[in-house]
Design a protein around this ligand. Structure first.
Ligand code: DP6
Length: 328
């Protein structure tokens, strides 16, 4: 049986996915738009083995147990059914993303798994089909099949809920500064958090309507290479998403004092004419959409309030790569 390795990069949503209409198929309530990042990725190697009596799954060379193991096994069952291949499998993943810290490690993880597992099972899937498959593991993974800017159309069923590339090659200056506020695993995962918001926020339907209505403006900002329009909309969308959590009953939030301090610092930087915008996912980390020429000025301002802050610079990254044989 052939061994395949896939490398998929994570992505940051500029317009967020925050809720499902179908939790089994993972059909979202909103269309989302993302930027794939070069810095953070997962390498996953898969091979079927008739000698195995159970799936062998490792993450960063440690055997995976519990919920994580079940998620991967259930995902592998989808691939096995589709390929009519019923052997157990080795899945070895190395994550170059701080796991569960609001950096959507599940996006690169399930995109890489979809790529390597489908190839190892002998399925030869087009990018759109790979995106549909990755979506079943984790919604945001549907977008990580593609490089650059990608859009996941919410759709209404397995076929129509799929991502596509908007611009795979990004040839204008946009970057993401990732500020690590807290790299400990978050307490409420995104799956639970979005379910809470959908079930318990009185404004949830307004979020859905508003976020879906933002799609054309985000597409235009991308087409026009308009960092100001893109950043303004991305920051508004992120705050609107987090607002759903804060007004839920019971309320919850991923954001900490440090997150808010960064958001305020970003606002002050903008008041001095620097185009920099904050976006946050299911964790306290804040990501800053900005242009490379301003990195130094942004860092100086951040270090004034948070001298110890860790920063990674990420630029637009490529789509999934699959190779046969050894690991990438
Ligand atoms: C806040 O894709 O991790 O990062 O589909 O339940 O696995 P599941 O959720 P996941 O949610 C990501 C939520 C987000 C926004 C986004 O990436 O669009």
């Amino acid at each position: 049986m052939s061994q395949y390795t896939a490398r998929a990069h994570t992505n940051i949503a500029l317009l967020k996915y925050w809720g499902k209409t179908d939790t089994n198929l993972i059909i979202p309530t909103t269309t989302s738009i993302s930027l794939t990042l070069n810095e953070f990725y997962t390498d996953t190697t898969v091979w079927f083995d008739e000698q195995l009596t159970a799936d062998d799954i490792t993450l960063n060379n440690v055997s995976l147990q519990g919920r994580g193991y079940e998620k991967v096994t259930r995902f592998m069952d989808l691939v096995r059914d589709r390929a009519n291949q019923h052997q157990f499998v080795h899945v070895h993943s190395i994550n170059h993303v701080p796991t569960a810290a609001g950096l959507a490690s599940s996006a690169s993880a399930f995109a890489a798994l979809a790529g390597a597992a489908s190839a190892a099972a002998g399925l030869s899937l087009e990018p759109a089909d790979l995106s549909r498959l990755a979506r079943r593991g984790s919604g945001s993974a549907s977008r990580s099949i593609f490089g650059g800017f990608a859009q996941w159309d919410r759709g209404h069923d397995d076929q129509t809920s799929v991502a596509h590339a908007l611009t795979e090659t990004v040839d204008w200056p946009i970057q993401l500064l990732t500020l690590i506020v807290n790299d400990q695993p978050k307490k409420i995962d995104s799956r639970g958090g979005m379910q809470n918001a959908r079930a318990n926020s009185p404004f949830y339907q307004q979020w859905v309507d508003m976020a879906n209505a933002q799609v054309p403006a985000m597409q235009a900002a991308i087409n026009n290479h308009d960092l100001v329009a893109l950043g303004t909309l991305a920051e508004a969308n992120a705050l609107q998403m987090h607002a759903q959590n804060m007004v839920a009953n019971p309320p919850f939030t991923y954001l900490t004092d440090v997150s808010w301090l960064i958001i305020e610092t970003v606002k002050a930087l903008r008041a001095t004419g620097i185009p920099v915008y904050a976006t946050m996912d299911a964790g306290p980390n804040v990501k800053l959409i900005s242009q490379p020429a301003d990195t130094e000025k942004i860092m100086v301002a951040l270090r004034k309030v948070l001298p110890e802050i860790q920063v990674t610079v990420a630029t637009p990254g490529p789509g999934i790569q699959i190779v046969q044989g050894d690991r990438i």
